[in-house]
Design a protein around this ligand. Structure first.
Ligand SMILES: [Mn+2]
Length: 325
């Protein structure tokens, strides 16, 4: 029986780490649904995979296999299939995720609202909660480090009040013990790579951590950028408009997260300029986002998101509400 483990379409470090850790430990095939050449854009993931001895030629990327050839599919770090993979629905047997459960499939679910999906996968592997028929191999040092890195990035080194949970802390501590490495040093190395925007073009930055939804007949894209929007090299407004046009988006949401000294800051901007934006900002504020007008970046109105506990994971479902009401 052939089983595929598939991560989400943003393919961030959390997703990639969960996918590889689970696939390696169960002898399944790890599938990362982005083109192989786009892995390069995730500098922190490239670095950590190398540190953990992961041979990327063993991974399968978009266009490198036919997922419909597999007997079973396990979804990690997402619980909804994007339209291009909807034919896989009857094959989904298991889901491990930390996003809001919107899945109507009859699959075995491990879904809990913690900071990182890697905490759920780590817990499963540490506790030997393996549903595979094959014997459970011990969690290797490298796999423990890979999962730990994902947890640290998603929880800002376990420091962020939300979304960090007890589970994240407990699993991270156990993984650190197996991996034999400290949290802070690993986090600093990862963050340094993740927040270095200088090596990318604006177009690459928009593609780097991207998700898309269709709700209420509207196609909305979400770009997460790890640096202040005004510090993106080149012309962000023009690049973002091109990006939205190419993907035929109705709306594009730009979200940034960055540090000013020790202080975490976040921004949000909606494109194009239209009345939907006012309605959306009002709705997000009614849900506690605390968006305050900041300056303009060319034609884009920037908002400072004072509630830095909210990330795309919280904002995206709210925007879905706006689209469908
Ligand atoms: Mn995740």
């Amino acid at each position: 029986m052939k089983r595929l483990v598939m991560c989400n379409q943003a393919a961030d470090l959390d997703s990639i780490a969960c996918c590889i850790a689970l696939a390696v430990s169960r002898d399944d095939t790890p599938f990362i649904p982005i083109p192989r050449e786009e892995l390069r854009l995730r500098s922190e993931a490239v670095w950590l995979l190398e540190q953990c001895g992961v041979d990327t030629t063993e991974l399968r990327f978009l266009g490198e296999l036919n997922p419909e050839r597999f007997d079973q599919v396990v979804l990690v770090d997402h619980n909804l299939l994007s339209p291009e993979f909807s034919a896989l629905a009857p094959k989904v047997t298991e889901i491990i995720d930390h996003h809001k459960d919107e899945c109507k499939l009859a699959a075995a679910k491990t879904i809990a609202p913690c900071g990182s999906c890697a905490s759920l996968v780590g817990q499963l592997l540490l506790e030997g909660g393996n549903t595979a028929a094959s014997a459970q191999p011990a969690l290797s040092k490298n796999i423990a480090k890979l999962l730990l890195g994902a947890i640290l990035i998603d929880t800002r080194c376990l420091a962020q009040r939300h979304p960090t949970t007890e589970l994240d802390r407990r699993v991270a501590a156990q993984l650190a013990q197996v991996a034999g490495c400290g949290d802070r040093a690993l986090y600093d190395e990862l963050w340094k790579r993740k927040s270095d925007l200088s090596v990318f073009t604006p177009e690459e930055l928009l593609r780097k951590d991207y998700k898309e939804i269709t709700a209420g007949g509207l196609k909305v894209g979400f770009c997460a950028i790890y640096g202040a929007l005004e510090r993106v090299p080149g012309n962000l407004a023009r690049s973002a408009a091109d990006f939205a046009r190419q993907r035929q988006l109705d709306h594009l949401v730009l979200m940034s997260a960055y540090y000013e000294g020790e202080k975490l800051c976040k921004e949000l901007a909606l494109m194009p300029d239209c009345s939907w934006n006012q309605e959306t900002i009002a709705y997000l504020n009614s849900k506690g986002a605390q968006l305050e007008r900041k300056g303009m970046l060319d034609s884009i109105q920037l908002y400072q998101q004072k509630n830095t506990d909210y990330s795309r994971k919280q904002i995206l479902p709210f925007i879905k509400d706006v689209c469908t009401k």
